[in-house]
Design a protein. Structure first.
Length: 114
């Protein structure tokens, strides 16, 4: 057994509740900022049209920066490196969750009957 403090179930449940609240806020505020008030996928659709590709590829590019930052954090942990980060890792995780929800919306839209 280790002497390090554990992350209790109560702490985890509190984190989940806080995260869901933050995700709802981010989805609403950033969604309106990027996409307007009608089509939540508008910025992906608009940039896909401009680039002649799919909105899923645009999504992949946008979400990759958050994934890259998370992977760099993990690599830094293994190597013992510390670095200043402009965005918090928890914020990156929250953004990543929002992007996963946006991808889910893309899947649902594509799977709608014509």
């Amino acid at each position: 057994m280790t002497d390090k403090p554990i992350f209790t179930i109560a702490e985890y449940n509190e984190m989940v509740a806080e995260t869901f609240d933050e995700i709802k806020k981010l989805a609403e505020l950033k969604g309106a900022e990027y996409s307007g008030d009608v089509d939540r996928l508008a910025n992906f659709r608009r940039n896909a049209d401009a680039a002649g590709t799919t909105m899923e590829l645009i999504w992949r590019i946008y979400v990759a920066k958050h994934w890259d930052a998370i992977m760099q954090y993990e690599a830094d942990l293994r190597s013992g490196k510390t670095r200043v980060r402009l965005e918090s890792l928890e914020g990156r995780v929250d953004d990543f969750i929002v992007y996963m929800l946006l991808f889910k919306a893309m899947i649902r839209e594509r799977n709608r009957p014509a």
